[in-house]
Design a binder for this molecule. Structure first.
Ligand code: SAM
Length: 282
């Protein structure tokens, strides 16, 4: 598309992302988990998967050159707050902010050192991000173990490597079912929305990715998050062993008897509710 004055423009009136990357010298850095999405149709699909954004403050981690950020704004996000660690991206993001006055706030810094609940302020919050793979799981676990529940966000729509996405949504009996699946299943309702092939990214990663949508349960079964963590860590730490063996340090057979679970079962056969019962009996 040609914009006014012969300058190329995208459907949102801003320059195409390839031009932005070139003009600001944003060659992807592996150390920052940079795999950019340049197709506004695809980023638009992610924005739509996040639900109604018109009343929401969207928190984004790692806006990079701004592809997903632009899609979120174009799809009507009331406000976007985006945390970016790579200072090279800030000038490009300032152009997006100028194009959408009062709707985009860029926070330069490390997402791992950010207090997201404090950033969120009042009103509904949705977290949407094409996460850097090296910190994606850690951020998800932090958001899932936030002390106040229901949490500060209404939903999370996040990109992960397919293999991690499978662990996130895994149910009992599945090979991918483990500590992460129990934590996710306990506090949220999670599903994979769609897959994204490597070629959709610049540069392409080695593996397929998936967008996961997680909605917090308003009233998860009551449990202490630390105790649940101890029980799942012990159970899945030796996942091929019988529970009476793997849970020995937490009470073994007598703990299992107390909640009516057969000690010859293996971790991957236990439902989330059974793990919660164990945590409450520890
Ligand atoms: N949102 C962009 C997109 O979809 O094209 C970029 C996604 S890229 C997978 C991950 C982004 O996270 C990069 O822009 C990277 O600089 C940023 N990032 C990496 N580590 C970060 C951290 N600790 N805190 C904040 N941002 C980080």
């Amino acid at each position: 598309m040609q914009g006014d004055g012969g300058v190329r423009a995208s459907i949102d009136g801003l320059p195409p992302l390839r031009d932005v990357i070139e003009r600001h010298g944003l060659q992807a850095k592996k150390s920052l988990g940079q795999n950019f999405l340049l197709d506004l149709n695809l980023t638009g699909r992610i924005a739509r998967a996040a639900g109604d954004l018109s009343q929401a403050t969207v928190i984004e981690v790692g806006p990079g050159p701004g592809g997903l950020t632009r899609a979120l704004l174009m799809h009507g996000a009331r406000r976007v707050i985006a945390v970016e660690r790579d200072e090279r991206c800030l000038a490009a993001l300032a152009e997006v902010a100028a194009h959408y006055p009062d709707r985009l706030e860029i926070i330069p810094g490390d997402a791992l050192k950010t207090d997201f609940a404090a950033l969120a302020g009042d009103g509904p919050v949705r977290i949407v991000a094409n996460l850097p793979y090296n910190i994606g799981t850690e951020l998800l676990v932090r958001w899932l173990t936030t002390p106040d529940w229901p949490p500060f966000y209404q939903s999370m729509t996040l990109m992960f490597q397919r293999e991690v996405a499978e662990r996130i949504v895994a149910k009992p009996g599945a090979d991918a079912y483990g500590r992460l699946g129990v934590l996710v299943g306990w506090r949220t309702d999670a599903r994979i929305v769609f897959d994204v092939p490597p070629q959709a990214f610049t540069p392409p990663p080695k593996v397929t990715s998936s967008v996961v949508h997680l909605v917090p349960r308003q009233t998860p079964l009551p449990a202490d998050v630390k105790k649940l963590g101890r029980v799942t860590e012990a159970s899945f730490g030796q996942r091929r062993k019988m529970l009476r063996q793997s849970l020995k340090s937490l009470g073994g057979e007598s703990l299992l008897d107390a909640v009516g679970i057969d000690g010859t079962r293996r971790a991957e056969t236990l439902s989330v509710a059974e793990f919660v019962n164990l945590a409450n009996a520890v």
